[in-house]
Design a protein around this ligand. Structure first.
Ligand code: GAL
Length: 683
């Protein structure tokens, strides 16, 4: 795993860490632009995302373009050594588009059209939108595609953030065509959807509807395919826009900014079309640590979307957003700490929405790098300081996260798991987070990988609630364990195939041999109730560990119990099991133990395999290691406003890059929102 600075993949990018944000100069008179560029330089900004919402300015009437203003903006930026991530400007079609193509406005499931006046109001499958986008992008690519300032293309903006699924006749026809491509024949579709039940058999493709308003549960496979179709429709926007750019500039480099880990988008699939993954992340600073852990989860996801390559934090806020009911400030130092938290997990770009705070319009109360009050402000001073620091951290760019643990993620599994009419209501990310947080708190790195990745790279693979498992993937997991890997999976795993059909014969049918058990029944545990579990070998006088949400009745077929349930009619039966299979081992959790237990149990399991935290630190501290070819960087970040203890262990004396290389002491109380980036050479 050698270091891969983004610049080796995207040659026009500035070197080192990218720093900047969305720049929307069309809101301001030209006299302001020069001042902007001067202050950007002062702040250390080296990249801005330009023209994201500029369509109406660039094409004021259909087919008539005005690029003069953009020429001048790019020139000014370039003179000030600020590169451009140029948007395709398609995120919000102008008013003339809505007037000429009312059918291009998205239709809600209630049959109501969106009106003009907000943003991102287009139907994802609109032919008129697609063709107007292609015309605009072609002109942009012809004019700017080879401009040395244009380093990267910003495809659209947060596709699907406001509208992902549209329920218009065009989308219905597209859904039918999508199904025809997937199944070939109606017979195959009827079989896959199980339409023999509830009298749902289709005799003609035109009879198939989008799952809009049904009296009760819609057919689950229909709903699952609709999730796939919605994601594919949005992915097609990325594909269309990339193709339009590359038809003019074949070597153009592209990205698109994802919204956290939005359910409607199978981002792993989308980012295959891009050169780098880019994330917009707005954790609530008021929520503190839990939100920082959620952000860390997203960082791990986005790193995983491009198989470990550095990603760009494309948007965050410097101070406060304007869209929560109470928009609290990031406290002094918190923006810096949160920026380094992204970098710690592989971000090589720290960007914001937006450069200068708006004077008018919907986002005038949203924080910016340059607030209303101007450069003589706390926020701008912090921005300038961070910019200066980042310039001295160039050598971190391209370094990778050497994780030995993988968390297995599959968006089809999420969609299927969260469909209604299940034994309980499942929240995929919540379950995923139990495990991610346990690793975070143990200061152990994990990659979030697809089941199709090369699992052999990892000592431990954790697959939380792998509900949907096609045959080939079960084979892969079987091989992984038999070759020496450690697999940990949980309740309600291995239940259905890719069409939502149950694998019969006792759960988890395809993994019974690997896990050495069979699950006969399950018992959801309501939120106000608990079961308990006790480690085998612990005396009856030991208090039971509370567990909740789900429990299962297991019969052992070779596995040994690690813990047993203490309550209810299956008290005494296995709650956690362990099974040697081939050269490896498979663990099964038949319930959700309380977080503290999960953490200490995992710590031991990982410790047995030599996987340990690099330093000793409390639960408010984020710790992450990045590795370049001959140097390692240890990020230690205090997410709390109060000081917290850190014991640097083998890192004692290592130079801290944020303190001019001063050696770090053996232990200290790291100040509130304090950050250290330690370095050491490796051979
Ligand atoms: C993002 C969006 C930006 C801005 C920002 C505000 O979702 O891409 O344009 O609206 O939110 O937080």
């Amino acid at each position: 795993m050698s270091a891969t600075p983004l610049r080796t993949l995207i040659p026009n990018l500035p070197s080192g860490i990218l720093y900047g944000g969305d720049y929307n100069p069309e809101q301001w008179p030209e006299s302001v632009w020069l001042e902007d560029a001067r202050l950007m330089r002062e702040a250390g900004v080296n990249l801005v995302s330009l023209a994201i919402f500029s369509w109406a300015k660039l094409e004021p009437v259909p087919g008539r373009y005005d690029f003069g203003w953009l020429d001048r903006v790019i020139e000014i930026l370039w003179r000030h050594e600020v590169s451009v991530c140029l948007a395709t400007a398609t995120a919000s079609p102008p008013a003339w588009f809505s007037r000429l193509h009312p059918e291009g406005l998205a239709l809600g499931p209630d049959g109501q059209r969106f009106t003009h006046g907000g943003r991102q109001h287009y139907c994802p499958n609109s032919v008129a939108y697609r063709s107007a986008s292609i015309s605009l992008i072609t002109k942009l690519a012809e004019r700017y595609g080879r401009h040395p300032a244009v380093a990267l293309w910003h495809i659209n903006n947060e596709i699907g953030c406001h509208v992902n699924a549209c329920y218009c006749p065009v989308c219905t026809a597209e859904f039918q065509a999508w199904l025809k491509r997937r199944y070939g024949t109606l017979g195959a579709l009827n079989e896959a959807w199980g339409t023999a039940f509830w009298s749902q058999i289709y005799g003609d493709w035109s009879e198939i509807c989008l799952p809009g308003r049904t009296p009760t549960y819609c057919n689950p496979t229909q709903s699952l395919d609709h999730h796939r179709f919605v994601s594919d429709s949005m992915r097609r926007i990325v594909e269309t826009e990339v193709a339009a750019i590359r038809a003019v500039v074949p070597e153009a480099k592209v990205t698109t900014n994802g919204v956290f880990v939005m359910k409607s988008a199978n981002y792993r699939d989308w980012y295959g079309l891009c050169d780098v993954a880019a994330l917009d992340s707005y954790p609530d600073p008021h929520q503190g640590l839990p939100e920082n852990r959620a952000a860390a989860l997203c960082h791990d996801f986005y790193r995983g979307f491009k198989d470990g390559l550095p990603f760009i934090l494309m948007e965050q806020v410097s101070s406060q957003v304007n869209w929560r009911s109470s928009n609290v400030l990031k406290r002094p130092g918190q923006m810096r700490a949160m920026s380094y938290a992204a970098m710690a997990r592989g971000a090589d770009g720290i960007m914001f929405f937006q450069w200068r705070a708006s004077k008018a319009g919907a986002e005038k109360y949203h924080g910016a790098l340059l607030p209303h009050v101007g450069a003589d402000s706390r926020v701008f001073r912090e921005i300038r300081q961070l910019g200066q620091e980042l310039r001295s951290l160039s050598r971190v760019a391209g370094s990778r996260i050497p994780a030995r643990v993988a968390l297995l993620d599959c968006w089809h599994n999420r969609w299927a798991l969260e469909l209604p009419s299940k034994p309980a209501t499942f929240d995929y990310l919540k379950i995923f987070s139990f495990f991610h947080t346990a690793l975070w708190n143990n200061h152990v790195a994990a990659d979030v990988v697809s089941p199709d990745s090369d699992l052999a790279r990892y000592d431990v693979v954790i697959a939380p609630t792998l509900y949907q498992i096609p045959v080939a993937r079960a084979e892969k997991l079987r091989d992984y364990v038999s070759q020496g890997g450690t697999l940990l999976t949980t309740y309600f795993s291995g239940i259905v195939d890719e069409n939502e059909h149950v694998h019969l014969g006792g759960y988890p049918a395809l993994l019974k041999d690997v896990l050495g058990l069979v699950v006969e029944e399950w018992q959801p545990i309501p939120p106000d109730a608990k079961n308990g579990l006790r480690l085998t070998g612990a005396g009856d006088d030991q208090p039971a560990v509370p567990c909740g949400f789900f429990s299962e009745v297991i019969h052992l077929r070779g596995a040994e119990p690690v813990a047993t349930f203490t309550e209810d009619f299956f008290a005494g039966s296995p709650a956690i099991t362990r099974h040697r299979f081939g050269k490896g081992e498979a663990f099964y959790l038949a319930t959700q133990p309380e977080q503290r237990f999960l953490e200490s149990w995992l710590k031991e399991l990982l410790g047995d395999r030599g996987i340990r935290a690099p330093v000793r630190a409390g639960a408010n501290i984020e710790v992450s290691l990045r590795r370049a070819d001959d140097e390692e960087f240890l990020f230690v970040i205090n997410h709390d406003r109060n000081p917290a203890a850190v014991d640097y262990g083998v890192w004692t004396g290592a130079p801290d890059l944020l303190s001019n290389g001063a050696p770090v002491p053996t232990g200290e109380n790291l100040p509130g929102f304090g950050v250290r980036i330690l370095s050491r050479h490796i051979s």
